[in-house]
Design a protein around this ligand. Sequence first.
Ligand SMILES: *[C@@H]1O[C@H](CO)[C@@H](O)[C@H](O)[C@H]1NC(C)=O
Length: 279
Amino acid sequence: MWPKTGFLWLLLIAAITAKMAAAAEGAEPNSLEDIMRRLGQLVDRADEDSDGMLTLSELKEWIGRISRRYIENDVSRLWKALNPENNDTIHWDVYQETIYGHGAFNDVQFYHKSLINRDRRRWKAADTGRDESLNRDEFTAFLHFEDHPAMREVVLQEIFDDLDRDRDGKISLPEYLFDMYQPQSPAMEPPEWVANERDVFLKFLDQDGDGLLNEAEVRQWIAPHGLGLTDSEAQHLLLEADANGDAKLTKKEVLTKINAFLNSPATEFGHALFRHDEL
Ligand SMILES: *[C@@H]1O[C@H](CO)[C@@H](O)[C@H](O)[C@H]1NC(C)=O
């Protein structure tokens, strides 16, 4: 699972901005055929040995490459927006005011409060210089914890804050799924990808098989050398799309599950399809 927890909301805004920019340039794919053609090109690029199949490791490489590119672009964009004078650092006060503004206390402010607290905690974790200001490297860690050990603890805490609804220090399967999917009515049959997420939880994340993720298992999940977000996303896509169960994906299998790929960091949630440098 790619955590859809609240702390990624800022990135979402950045992604929407990017989408608008791409639409303005006329670069947005405009038909299903076009989207499939572009996705097919991404598959070709990911198929490093050109054998017509994507292995798990080629899938991981693919997702890793797109994610790194996304992080670079995302940090550049926000850095410029927050810091047009390109100072060496951005102060917390400037960040908070630019992102959240100030105004009368209202519902929006109330909602912002928890986001601000969350950002504040992350900011402090990223602020290795302890000067309330983040330089570009620190700011990268603030936005994207993936490769930053200093951020591990705060991310762990955010995951438990978000997912561990009964506060027992463990994440159960229903808690894990609740973050992603809430049926409109109890009688509703959950979509197929929910079953796949269940498999990821049971087969890969819950290593001791007790039906709960304890702290060590969550650490393993978010660790770059453990299963990791990229790896669990690769596993997820493989489970979802591997129609004949040979642990490899053909282009046809990918294109059959186009939605799974468009809702994935593998395509930067679709955006990588209209960035020429990716194709
Ligand atoms: C950049 O520096 C100027 C002058 O010191 C300051 O007024 C401005 O707030 C700074 N910008 C940021 C983003 O910190």
